[in-house]
Design a binder for this molecule. Structure first.
Ligand code: ZNH
Length: 141
């Protein structure tokens, strides 16, 4: 679970990410699709080219969902409830894929904010994204 230091680090860096939700989301998705082409199967009619309207639109949704979780960091499950249902019952995304997107979100943060990504912040973001992935897969059976 996230401790008080983790939460402080996440709250400190997140505004830099939230203010570029569409761009960073699109970049993280683009990297995930390139590095892990199997993830493309969940998005049958997507335009996978860098900066496509699909990548930007979906990237923004994903990053804004994360921003919502950061706003309620003491109760992450509250903001994730309906998304957990969606991913478990409707989308049925293989749980292994969440780690792949998380990794690419971290890479994008590192590319744009390397100066702010000290070890403690890196670790806190990694833990945070893991918590989110855990909640998104919590209803699988
Ligand atoms: Zn997911 C959708 C979030 C991961 C797949 N997503 C979605 C949405 C959101 C999200 C917000 C929208 C919803 C509505 O619209 O209502 N995700 C998310 C997050 C994460 C994720 C936060 C982490 C971090 N996903 C994921 C993965 C995958 C996915 C990994 C695979 C690979 N999603 C998905 C899909 C969808 C979604 C397929 C649907 C899309 C459309 O249809 O458009």
């Amino acid at each position: 679970a996230l401790n008080a230091d983790d939460k402080a680090h996440i709250r400190a860096i997140w505004p830099c990410i939230a203010s570029h939700a569409e761009q960073y989301g699109a970049e993280a998705l683009h990297r995930m699709f390139i590095c892990h082409p199997q993830t493309k199967t969940y998005f049958p009619n997507f335009d996978f080219h860098a900066n496509s309207a699909n990548l930007k639109g979906h990237g923004k949704k994903v990053m804004n969902a994360l921003t919502d979780v950061v706003k309620h960091l003491d109760h992450p499950e509250t903001s994730m409830c309906s998304l957990s249902d969606l991913h478990a019952y409707t989308l049925r995304v293989d749980p292994g894929n969440f780690a792949l997107l998380n990794k690419n979100i971290l890479v994008v943060v590192a590319v744009h904010h390397g100066d702010k990504l000290d070890c403690a912040t890196h670790q806190a973001l990694d833990k945070f994204l893991n918590v989110v992935a855990g909640l998104l897969t919590s209803k699988y059976r």
